[in-house]
Write a protein that binds this ligand. Structure first.
Ligand code: HEC
Length: 131
């Protein structure tokens, strides 16, 4: 190996290490809004299944997961800079509160349907503005 080949292979190693770090770092940052939204989307599939075939325990779980996801999203905007971030902070707080409260009151299909509609209204309203 010539000297320049050696330093090239050394450089390659640095680049590889850098790429590995970048790949590892991205998911950490990207426990992002997008991944939380993916979870909300999955949870909505569960919510529809509960509506089709009501189960009190499952209803509570769905609402708790909406609340947890909204709290996780809200935590990304605890230090809001822009007006948009402030608004997202307020919206996710509101959604977490709605889902949390509802999770304690979803004993029957009618109340779950109402809670789900209230949560879905928050999804739609925010998406209409920001998605
Ligand atoms: C306060 C605002 C807000 C609320 C509430 C909200 N979303 Fe979102 N949602 C967004 C934004 C902003 C994006 C775009 C994120 C991105 O692409 O980085 C998004 C994207 C999505 C996506 C696409 C994700 C992807 O992989 O591209 C889905 C699915 C989704 N939201 C589902 C939901 C569901 C279901 C709810 C309610 C249960 C909900 N969202 C509530 C703001 C919100």
């Amino acid at each position: 190996m010539t000297k320049s080949q050696k330093s090239f292979s050394k450089l390659n190693r640095y680049i590889c290490a850098g790429l590995v770090l970048a790949v590892l770092a991205v998911p950490a940052v990207a426990a992002s809004l997008k991944s939380i939204m993916g979870s909300m989307g999955d949870n909505t599939t569960s919510a529809k299944a509960v509506l089709a075939n009501f189960d009190g325990k499952a209803a509570e779980q769905v609402l708790r997961r909406y609340a947890a996801d909204a709290e996780a999203a809200d935590a990304m905007f605890t230090n809001p800079g822009s007006a948009k971030e402030k608004d997202l902070h307020a919206r996710f707080s509101k959604m977490a509160m709605i889902a949390n409260t509802a999770s304690q009151q979803a004993q029957d299909k009618a109340s779950f349907r109402k809670a789900f509609a209230a949560v879905a209204t928050e999804c739609k309203s925010c998406h209409a503005t920001y998605k």
